[in-house]
Design a protein around this ligand. Structure first.
Ligand code: URA
Length: 235
């Protein structure tokens, strides 16, 4: 796997109008790197979620990562830190990746929606995650499409129903089709699996363990695909 710095150079031409950032741009811009995309996304006002969020949480990982994980949206800790999957769900993802033999530093991790959507808890100061609306998912989609264009992952993993339905269609059911390897225009291999946050919300320890085992089993399939040695895409 090449280093992130080396792999940041793949140029893509992206019309400014296709990017949902705040200020209208007078003409086409050359979006070259993930760093460019991150900078543009940092001022995104394509929907109203930026108003209550601390910051845009853009994807992270090597630009030539062979696998991309897509979650729903940043959570409370991700919103504060500016990094995806660093809270409790991220810790579970990290553990499962280790168990499956996948190095997180070689993985690109992002979300369908890049601002934290929340409501205040009825008591106390907690911010409670709220599922994004379709219009918010649609407004954010150009960022994910741009990440896919730059990274060109061999394997795309949808974490949970929101990512799976946004990318694979509204009728996709993770409970029925999770763990299956699908071919898609998005990437040579696509899989949907559980969202780590849903595993954390399992009603009892036994169910949680079962869901966690299934999650690791799915990630092992991803590890097997990666080990099968598809060459990385050309620069
Ligand atoms: N849940 C997500 O879907 N994404 C994150 O980054 C964190 C929690």
């Amino acid at each position: 796997m090449s280093s992130p710095a080396k792999s940041m150079k793949r140029p893509i031409h992206q019309p400014a109008a296709a990017l949902p950032h705040a200020e209208a741009s007078p003409g086409p811009v050359l979006v070259q790197t993930l760093a460019d995309l991150r900078r543009c996304a940092s001022t995104c006002k394509a929907c109203d979620l930026w108003k209550a969020a601390t910051q845009t949480v853009f994807g992270e990982g090597p630009a030539r990562a062979r696998v991309m994980f897509v979650g729903e949206q940043p959570g409370d800790q991700e919103d504060k830190s500016g990094h995806p999957f660093v809270g409790p769900a991220g810790r579970l993802l990290d553990e499962a990746l280790v168990e499956a033999g996948i190095d997180r530093s070689e993985v690109y991790v992002t979300n369908i929606v890049k601002h934290f959507k929340w409501v205040a808890a009825q008591r106390g100061k907690r911010r409670i995650h709220k599922k994004p609306r379709q219009s918010e998912i649609d407004a954010c989609r150009p960022w994910l499409d741009s990440e896919l264009k730059v990274v060109k992952p061999q394997v795309l993993v949808c974490l949970g129903a929101t990512a799976a339905q946004a990318l694979l269609g509204k009728t996709f059911r993770v409970s029925l089709d999770g763990g299956a390897i699908i071919s898609s225009a998005l990437a040579p291999h696509v899989m949907a699996t559980a969202h780590p946050a849903s595993i954390l919300r399992a009603p009892d320890p036994e169910t949680r363990q079962k869901q966690r085992d299934n999650f690791v089993r799915d990630l092992r399939k991803v590890a097997t695909l990666l080990a099968s040695g598809d060459p990385p895409p050309p620069l």
